[in-house]
Write a protein of this length. Sequence first.
Length: 751
Amino acid sequence: MRLERRDILANIARVPAPPTQDAVTGVDLFQILDFFRRRWKLISLCGILVLALAYAYVQTRVPLYSASTEMLVQPRPDRVLNRILSKDSPVADPNGVDPADLENQMVLIESVAVLRRVVEQEKLVDDPEFGPGKPSWLGNLIANAMNRIAAFFPAETDKGSAKTEAYDPVTATARILRGYVSASRSGKSSAILITAISENPRKAARISNAVALAYMQEQIASRVEAARNGGNWLRESLDSLRGQLEASEEAVAKFRAANNLIATGKTGPTITEQQLGDLNARLVAAKAETAEKLAKYQQAEQVRLNKGNAQVIPDVLRSGVIASMRSQQAEITRKEADLVARYGPQHPLVVNVRAERRDVESAIAAETGRILQVLKNDYDVAIARQKAVEDQLRLVTGQTGVDDQISVKLRELERTAAANKTLYEDFLSRAKMLEEQTGFTPLEARILNQAVPPRSPSYPRKGVALLLGLFLGLGGGLAAAVALELLNNGFTSPRQVEEVLDLPVLACLAKLPPDRVSKDHPPAFLVLDKPLSRYSEAIRSLRNAVNLHGGKDPPRIVQVTSTMPQEGKSTVALSMALSAADSGQRVLLIDADLRRPAITESFDAARRPGLTDLLAGTARISEALTSEPRSGLQILSAGERTLNPPAVLGSEAMRMLLEGLVRHFDLIVIDTPPLGPVVDGVIVAQMAQAVVFVAKWGATSRDAVVNALRTLPDQRTVAGVVLSLVDEEKIPKSGRYAFYGYAEFAKYYQD
């Protein structure tokens, strides 16, 4: 019996797709293709819409032009203070540029000090693109009013406090220009690209070249200023040392004269005198070293007290550890910018990178502090070493056994004079070196390629913007299509119904075009008007499937219901009844939907006696029946409205009425309310021999259908499901749930 039933149901317009390897592996390529076939209009519409918006955006933007000047930064020489304080101060990498120093140069290029030169040279204050513009009359009025109010409340300030700086249009223009000028490293080389952006291509090239020139001028000025400051400090130190030397030599001369001592040559020094000579030499060296360590420590201490940048201290600049950490810091900063642009500032990866950057910065600060402490320790060690030499010298002097205090005093004065002379000569030689450096200051950078006016704008990039808009539109359309597919919880194919409900699909009724359906021509009458149409054939397939449900004895009382209203159950009931009556059967159609009697209204039988009148005993059967003239179908309308439809339909009178009517009719079709909102259909199902369940294609929720079927008292009475209002343009024609609509067999029908 099962095989026979399947053979008959094969007449229903569906052909399930054969299993494929993709279905076995979980990826159905045909289903994906079918998805694009059904949703290509939405995806294309979104793509075209966003593309149009991108085109409109591009057309309304003011084009900007970018011009770049390439500048090579050469390995910078030792700083002036390094050459003054130490003879051995080599650059960390003689063949390259320190990355940290290169970053500093790029910051200098973008600084207001350099851009002020550009503003003055190019006269950008009056430029409409970069100039700050004149304040409006309203701004002047407000400013004057504020000045007058402030005059009545003078602020108490210190005598030495600086006055508030007046508005500087050059500085204001330089700050505006700063947003249009950028400096970046050219690959991994030591070259820097200076890029300027402007609405005029020639102006962009002119500003880029002007920034490069202003940077070189700023470098020359800073080098000259540094040399001048170093020279002033060195001259002050020489004057102080010269005074000390003259005073010590004068003290020796006066002591000799006062004690009548004449400097005469000796045949040879004694052992004690030789030791004294060695100690004197060591003392001179110790004092020179102490002076050197003191200068380094004073420079570092001055930077610390002034809260300056400790990175400019020579020992910090020469540190290979800090150079490595700065390279790591630059890489982490680049990584952070990349992650922020990709995931946003609150992403866990961004938080981790920021923590890593803070660790590196803390390590740099700790290493800098350690270097400063080393300078302090070196100075302390030099003082201790000098004191040790002096103590040893005093000890040797005490061991000579010479009681002549005059000789001891003379030697002390001579040692002091000799030490001062050596220190003075050392500083004098370094002063000569500084004069040579001040006379010629080599530049640390030179221009490789000057900027030229660009031919095409750099913003907006029309091709990139349009391509990005197209991809975003298609991506948005695809996301919308996927969302619609996921939100569609209804049944879209017979196979899907069978898998979820374990019930056969009795028929698939296609959605008829509007020109073939109207209030005067309901779709149910197509079974009479066009008996060879595909709709009529689907209704006949439905009748045959219902007859097979009862085996040898076809069911004679068939209930038609659904889950929700507006699913076409009344149309299915009327179509089924008309088709059976047209085939010669005695058919009765009962409108048991006492709440919304659609069949009663379609036959204009609302004022005639009906089902409720028969059950109440106020009318006879002959008065309540309405006949359809073309097919001979008998219709029992709903009758008078009642306040308790479940009690009426579940009454014993209803059961007795059906038992009496079944003896006079071959088929009784009962149109009942939906199972979802009311319980009327569940009550009638107890009296029906077969239940036809109608589900709207792609609309009725699968969960709602399952819950509605569970309310039926006997699941075995359910003959199957009818998919109504099938949209043949959207049915899946490939993949796991593919089936073919009636359009594929149009030559067999006469619509």
